[in-house]
Design a protein around this ligand. Structure first.
Ligand SMILES: Cc1cc2nc3c(=O)[nH]c(=O)nc-3n(C[C@H](O)[C@H](O)[C@H](O)COP(=O)(O)OP(=O)(O)OC[C@H]3O[C@@H](n4cnc5c(N)ncnc54)[C@H](O)[C@@H]3O)c2cc1C
Length: 298
C-alpha cells in the first residue's frame, strides 16, 4: 500500500534540514532526500553563522541532521530525478527507482556556482579563492585581490570587495570586459586596473594563492581571488515540474514560500535573496510553519 508523507523535502542542506526539524516538531510526517553534493564542501568553515563560529560545513549538516532525526524527521540518501502530481498528491522518483508520495513538496536544492576551469583552481577554492564576498570578504582585509568577472558582475564584485581589500584588479581571462565607459571610468578613478589577458593557471601552495599566471608567462601577485561567472539551479526537477523561475534560476515564491505550483514550496539558496547559511536555515524554519498551516491544523 502506498503511504503518503505530509511533506517530502528534496535537498538536505541547511534549508532542508532546518525545515525537517521544524516540521517534525509540528508532528508532521516528513522525509527528506539528499544527493550528498553540498556546494560548500570546498569551504573549510561556515563563516558568520550565529552562535557557531567557523564550524566546518559538514559538521553543521551532521549536527542539524541529528537534531532533525531526534525530533522525528527521516532522511534518505538519494537523488530526486523526477516529480509530478498536484497539491495533496505528489509523486517523486528517486535515482534508485524508489517512488515517494507526499501531500506537499519542498525544494531546498540550492544553487551551483559556475566555476572557472583553470589549472590550480581546485587546490585553492575555499582557501584563498572564493566566489562570495559576504562569506569570505573579511578574510582579505588589506590584501591584494583579483576579481575574475565581466560586465556588471565585475563592477558589483569590486564594489563589494572594496570594503576589505587594499588593492584590486579585474581579470577577464581573455574575454571582452563588457563594461560600459562609465564603469571603466569608475574603475580608473579608483586605480583599479583591468587585466584582459588569458589566464594560464593559478599558482600557490597549501591553499594560499601566490599569483595568477597569464598565457604569455607574465604573472600578477595576489593574496586572494574572487570570481563571479554566474550560477544556476542545482536541480532541474522544480523546472520540470513547472515551477516558474527568475532569470538567475531562483524559484518564484510567494511570502509563504509557495512556488507557482500549488503545494510545492521552496527554501534556501534556490529562492531569491542572500545566499548565506543563516538565511537558508531561517527560510527553512519559516516555510515549515507555512507548510504546517497549509496542511490544516488538527
Ligand atoms: C564554497 C562555498 C563557501 C561558502 N561559505 C559560506 C560561509 O562562509 N558562510 C555562509 O553563510 N554561507 C556560505 N556559503 C553559502 C552557503 O553554503 C549556502 O547559502 C547554503 O549552503 C545554502 O543552503 P541550502 O540548504 O539552500 O542549499 P545547499 O547547502 O546547497 O544544499 C542543497 C542540497 O540539495 C541537494 N540536492 C540538490 N538537488 C537534489 C536532488 N535532485 N535530489 C536530492 N538532493 C538534491 C544537494 O546534494 C545539497 O546537499 C558558501 C557556499 C559555497 C559554495
Amino acid at each position: 500500500m502506498r503511504e503518503s508523507l505530509d511533506v517530502l523535502i528534496v535537498g538536505g542542506g541547511p534549508a532542508g534540514l532546518t525545515a525537517s526539524l521544524w516540521l517534525a516538531r509540528y508532528r508532521r510526517r516528513v522525509l527528506g532526500v539528499d544527493a550528498g553534493r553540498p556546494g560548500n564542501a570546498p569551504a573549510w568553515a561556515v563563516h558568520g553563522y550565529p552562535g557557531l563560529a567557523d564550524l566546518p560545513p559538514g559538521e553543521l549538516r551532521t549536527r542539524l541532521r541529528a537534531q532533525a532525526e531526534a525530533a522525528g524527521a527521516l532522511w534518505l540518501e538519494g537523488e530526486a530525478v523526477a516529480a509530478r502530481g498536484v497539491r495533496d498528491a505528489f509523486e517523486v522518483q528517486l535515482d534508485d527507482g524508489q517512488t515517494l508520495w507526499a501531500r506537499r513538496l519542498l525544494f531546498a536544492t540550492g544553487m551551483r556556482e559556475l566555476l572557472p576551469e583553470l589549472p590550480g583552481f581546485d587546490a585553492l577554492y575555499g582557501r584563498s579563492v572564493w566566489h562570495c564576498p559576504d562569506c569570505d570578504g573579511p578574510e582579505v582585509v588589506g590584501a591584494r585581490v583579483g576579481a575574475l568577472a565581466r560586465g556588471p558582475r565585475a563592477l558589483a564584485l569590486v564594489q563589494e570587495l572594496r570594503t576589505w581589500a587594499a588593492e584590486l584588479v579585474v581579470l577577464t581571462h581573455g574575454e571582452p570586459t563588457e563594461l560600459d565607459a562609465q564603469a571603466e571610468a569608475w574603475l580608473h578613478e579608483r586605480g583599479i586596473p583591468i587585466r584582459p589577458e588569458r589566464i594560464a593557471g593559478l599558482e600557490g601552495e597549501d591553499g594560499q594563492l601566490r599569483c595568477v599566471r597569464f598565457l604569455d608567462g607574465s604573472a600578477i601577485v595576489l593574496d586572494a581571488l574572487f570570481f563571479n561567472l554566474g550560477c544556476g539551479p542545482a536541480s532541474a526537477v522544480p523546472a520540470q515540474l513547472g515551477c516558474a523561475a527568475y532569470e538567475d534560476g531562483t524559484l518564484v515564491i510567494d511570502r509563504t514560500g509557495e512556488t507557482t505550483i500549488p503545494g510545492v514550496y521552496a527554501a534556501g539558496d534556490v529562492t531569491p535573496g542572500a545566499r548565506l547559511t543563516v538565511r537558508a536555515a531561517a527560510s527553512g524554519a519559516a516555510v515549515a510553519k507555512f507548510l504546517h498551516l497549509s496542511l490544516g491544523l488538527p
